[in-house]
Design a protein around this ligand. Sequence first.
Ligand SMILES: Nc1ncnc2c1ncn2[C@@H]1O[C@H](COP(=O)(O)OP(=O)(O)OP(=O)(O)O)[C@@H](O)[C@H]1O
Ligand SMILES: [Mg+2]
Length: 494
Amino acid sequence: MNLPAESVTPTADIGLAWKHGFAALGPDFFTELRPTPLPAPHWVGTSTAVAQLIGLDADWLQRDEALQAFTGNTLLAGSRPLASVYSGHQFGVWAGQLGDGRAILLGETAAGLEIQLKGAGRTPYSRMGDGRAVLRSSIREFLCSEAMHGLGIPTSRALCITGSPAPVRREEVETASVVTRVAPSFVRFGHFEHFAANDLQAQLKTLADYVIARYYPECRDTRDFGGNAYAALLQDVSERTAHLMAQWQAVGFCHGVMNTDNMSILGLTIDYGPFQFLDAFVPGHVCNHSDNQGRYAYNRQPNVAYWNLFCLAQALLPLIGDQELAKGALESYKTVFPEAFMARMRSKLGLAQAREKDAELIDGILVLLAQNAVDHTIFWRRLSHAVQQDDFEPVRDLFADRTAFNNWLLSYSELLALDNKALAANLMLKTNPKFVLRNHLGEQAIRAAKLGDFSELQTLQRLLEHPFDEHPGHDAYAAFPPDWASSIEISCSS
Ligand SMILES: Nc1ncnc2c1ncn2[C@@H]1O[C@H](COP(=O)(O)OP(=O)(O)OP(=O)(O)O)[C@@H](O)[C@H]1O
Ligand SMILES: [Mg+2]
């Protein structure tokens, strides 16, 4: 793209080396453009772990050059900013063209990690939007990215947040903020749907070949599906998605906006909007206040993921070339999800091996947790300590129906007796986190940050980066939610 000389943006060199895999796909896939500057930026949060991951000296995260660059006010030397085009199904309905309306990809580092600024200004895909993200939603995205990573759940990462006093209009006037996100790829199911829906078969193939070559090279040499690499890709994506859903369900994570444009082709959690970690275990819980039909309720997520994979299958069909092969490639989701979910639940119970009675025991506790609306995170953590200390009283206290719990405990104890208890407790304490990013914790950090105090955000980040550690002195962050937590309304507004 040729830009007039007067619009040349100053560049900053912070020592990142780049390659540009996605950009090499060509202009059918994106529009090159520059971020729109924001006035008077300041640091809000930074992650030294992510700096290390991308090979950035963490000292940069205290310096003005990086502050300006990660706000979009200067260009990083060697970067090649662009907004990609995608489409998608939103709330079960075809939404047509969407695209990066407020995310700008700076490029890919030499080590193969893409760096993206979210909230860095309008793009040709912004539609009615202002291209911005507010401080509130950026803090939630930043913290949850790092929290999910701490939990061992595949996710995009977050390098930093910068803030600006620039006003952004939502339900009320808020301030602008930019999150720098990092992932091997931000390609979504919706990218494939875009080219399929517009009958752009050459581009569809280019994209699929790129994704296979870069992220799923084993599909090229598959012997499955008669050597059909695209069917193998669909199967691998289905399996990664199945594993992701198993992890979400086991930890009690509700995504809130599982539109196909928010589904990563790598099986990562992306787009932290109205997400929520369950407080009480309410299977039908809907965390997104804008989701009137409850389409994305907690207990519907595994089925929604399958529905979304079906959309991906339809998009890939021209490449796969055979409906039966496509169906076959989706099929493994139906076995991989339940197996992966059961494996995670067994770990939560400290059971090292699969046994015949597992399923009954797991179903049993999930029913009891729901009937008694027990706090999900606290239950599993207390159970872990109970096994460690052989004292189940603090767990029993969580249930109104103590008799039902006692009956369940009897069966559980029988299974536990077959294993080494110390090992079981150890496994449980590494599987059942003490700290999750509950809505009210995020809210407290946001309220303080709005007043210019980022210490709460930093404390929370530190706890969530290592959610299985005890962190003495911070039990308040692992306590029951306060009454006001249930009145927090999180919507798509971000
Ligand atoms: N404030 C905004 N300005 C411009 N476009 C927006 C804005 N908010 C959302 N969009 C666009 O609307 C579509 C759906 O939004 P959604 O909330 O799923 O994504 P997002 O939170 O903006 O970004 P991402 O999926 O990249 O995390 C996307 O195309 C997104 O870029
Ligand atoms: Mg999105």
